[in-house]
Design a binder for this molecule. Structure first.
Ligand code: FES
Length: 308
């Protein structure tokens, strides 16, 4: 009788090494070794609570089967995240169980809710836009908090409609600043072009908004914008009371610095080199500026689109 081959599973959290037979799944090996490995659907490949991060030896894992592939696509799993109940190994691996407690379970069950469109912590190439309002500070100094909040809410509401119309969403607001993201939901579009169109629409809407501001506050706003295209980590962030789809990463800070550079060059909209490359055929005329950016090393070339 031929003996079934076995391999080692190094368990990062448990600081332990167990044996896994080639015809066993990682989950089965863990349960046989009395590891408390969550498996809410009983190993059917339906719940994803058995998910593990394969820290070493991903090449020793069998390819994803249909069940696992479906979940991996829905939740945007990176290559190293595997369902322990569907994964068998042909060599040694090191893994970390990703579901430890009820809080982890709650987060996962929300990822399966029908309105959850984005997996926790996926990295994607997206267009990041920061805008702020010229004249906002002088407006905020002159009027009471109630008026400021009311005006900002009116502004956000109008601008959000334009951003959404161009396939973007507002990830965050802070005072007069808006952080908007493009490219997450409509993969077919050029997301930098969507962003440029959205900002154009925001400026058009500002004309009507400024009539209101003129009548009620004797002031008018202008919008400044910074646009960058690059990798960010995107996911639903949840404090328990507040949930939002947010982006994090160095490229988010980069976009913010680009927006700030408008003051230096007296411009209203600047794009990073990476963003401009995406739309160079559509907008061949440009001004460019070389500058250093706060918190970043080296020189950066920024672009201002020149309209015909
Ligand atoms: S236990 Fe449910 S997917 Fe693995």
């Amino acid at each position: 009788m031929t003996k079934t081959k076995s391999h080692k599973i190094n368990l990062f959290k448990e600081q332990n090494t167990i044996t896994c037979l080639e015809d066993q799944t990682i989950l089965e090996a863990n349960l046989a070794a009395h590891v408390n490995h969550t498996h809410a659907c009983g190993g059917q490949g339906k719940c994803s609570t058995c998910r593990v991060s394969v820290m070493k030896g991903i090449e020793n894992c069998n390819p994803r089967n249909t069940e696992e592939q479906l979940i991996a696509e829905k939740l945007n799993f990176p290559i190293e995240v595997r369902l322990a109940c569907q994964t068998k190994i042909t060599g040694d691996v090191s893994i970390r169980r990703m579901v430890s407690d009820k809080l982890d379970m709650d987060i996962i069950s929300e990822q399966f809710s029908p309105d959850s469109k984005v997996a926790l912590g996926s990295q994607q190439k997206l267009t990041i836009v920061f805008t702020d309002i010229v004249n906002y500070t002088s407006f905020a100094e002159k009027f009471p908090p109630y008026d400021i909040v009311h005006v900002l809410n009116r502004y956000y509401r109008i601008m959000n409609a334009t951003i959404q119309k161009n396939h973007g969403f507002i990830s965050d607001v802070a005072g007069d600043g808006i952080l908007a993201i493009f490219g997450l939901y409509n993969k077919k579009n050029n997301s930098v072009l969507d962003a440029v169109e959205a900002i154009k629409g925001m400026r058009e809407n500002l004309v009507t908004f400024n009539t209101y501001l003129k009548e009620n506050f004797n002031t008018a706003f202008e919008i400044r914008a910074g646009i960058h295209f690059g990798d960010v980590i995107v996911g639903p962030f949840d404090t328990g009371e507040m949930k939002k789809l947010a982006v994090v990463g160095d490229n988010v800070n980069y976009a913010s610095r680009i927006e700030s550079a408008n003051k230096e060059f007296n411009t209203k909209q600047l794009l990073s080199e990476e963003a401009y490359q995406e739309i160079t055929d559509l907008f061949p005329k440009y001004n460019s500026f070389k500058t250093t950016l706060k918190g970043k090393t080296g020189e950066y070339k920024l672009y201002e689109i020149v309209s015909e």
